[in-house]
Design a protein around this ligand. Structure first.
Ligand code: GLY
Length: 369
């Protein structure tokens, strides 16, 4: 079995560990030992969606129950982004109340980004805030949303418009859980992993580029554990330095201004989030090259990695003007200008506000079939 990797998110008294290992929640896994500081003697509510609950809730319940000494409560909601709303958060809070969770209790989010964001949001408001831990089951949640403390729900007017910064007490990642993840979901997660590599770490980029062909079919557990821990270490550093996205954390939006525009123009029913980010990474690189910020061979490597991980390099049925318009409505913009994160080299990116519309349109055109 691969050695467990531990990454610490340093936030003073709110610091917390991220544990990454295959088999954490196996019968002989380390989960019980790792859960003890957070679950011993406490009531615990596990939150999961209707896809993940039948797969992993029993294993997580078993580990939690042994440590807490109490029956655990389980709250299951219908899988999908359409559940990411106030009604589901109210249901989670009501399940807490019905099971007599009190201020000393714990909520555990077991699942992907939607589950983690809502479980932590409910924890941040139930009885004015109780502890939560995250047990991410998708690659995207392991490398991105599962750690960092962004919580929230969607409104009909837009995604993630309501939320809070609320850090978990610990994050437990069992990489064996990735074995049941559909290939498309795995690809989604790789987009965010590649993003971290382009932002901060050429060594990680090269590891991803040189990974064997089985990385998308039978991802080797040792390799995945190493890649996830490296990616979490990069994100943990950013969150430690800029928890509330006042500066450096904005860089984590690399590929997202392009990606959100694709999602919006396709009304969130064409590309998956990670796929849109993947195309956004390639578009950011093309734009940076067009502006003379990024060397041609660096841009070609970024396109190569996007293709290797089967992320889309063409956008169907979208007009460049519509995509540009959608970029102007991105909620991360300030003062009516489009905020873009652009690579200057693999491992180094900067924020730009002043890219001419004509240049952005030219890049969109280059992605049309
Ligand atoms: N997903 C970007 C962030 O956590 O800031």
């Amino acid at each position: 079995m691969a050695t467990m990797q531990t990454v610490q998110v340093e936030l003073g008294t709110r610091s917390y560990p991220i544990y990454v290992s295959p088999g954490l929640f196996a019968e002989d896994g380390n989960a019980k030992e790792l859960l003890r500081p957070y679950a011993a003697g406490r009531k615990v509510l596990i939150v999961a969606d209707s896809n993940v609950a039948p797969l992993y809730a029993a294993a997580v319940e078993r580990a939690v129950r042994e440590v807490s000494g109490e029956e655990t409560a389980l709250c299951v909601f219908p899988a999908g982004e359409q559940s990411k709303n106030f009604e589901t958060v109210a249901m989670i809070c009501r399940t807490c109340a019905q099971n007599q969770l009190d201020r000393g209790s714990l909520i555990a989010g077991l699942g992907g980004g939607v589950t983690g964001d809502m479980a932590a949001f409910a924890a941040s408001i139930y009885m004015r805030g109780i502890d939560c831990i995250q047990v991410p089951t998708s690659l995207l949640a392991m490398v991105d949303s599962g750690a960092g403390g962004k919580t929230g729900v969607d409104l009909p007017e837009g995604k993630n418009l309501i939320g809070s910064f609320y850090q978990p007490k610990a994050v437990l990642m069992d990489t064996e859980f990735l074995k049941t993840l559909p290939r498309r979901e795995l690809i989604n997660g790789f987009a965010e992993l590649i993003k971290h590599a382009i932002l901060f770490d050429r060594g990680l980029f090269d590891k991803l580029l040189n990974a064997g062909d089985d990385i998308l079919t039978h991802p080797p557990m040792d390799e995945m554990t190493e890649l996830i821990a490296l990616s979490c270490g990069l994100k943990a550093g950013v969150v430690s330095r800029d928890e509330q996205e006042k500066g450096e954390r904005m860089l984590l939006n690399l590929g997202h201004t392009f990606g959100h525009a694709i999602e919006k123009v396709q009304d969130f029913c064409g590309f998956e989030h990670g796929e849109a980010v993947g195309t956004g990474l390639a578009a950011s690189a093309r734009l940076a090259r067009e502006l003379g910020l990024l060397a041609q061979d660096e841009e070609e490597k970024i396109e190569e990695i996007v293709r290797k991980y089967e992320l889309p390099m063409a956008i169907e049925d979208c007009k460049p003007e519509e995509l540009l318009h959608a970029m102007y409505s991105d909620k991360k913009n300030r003062n009516g200008t489009i905020r873009l994160i652009l690579p200057h080299a693999i491992g180094h990116c900067e924020v730009h506000h002043d890219v001419p519309d004509e240049t952005i349109l030219k890049i969109w055109e280059s992605f049309l079939p």
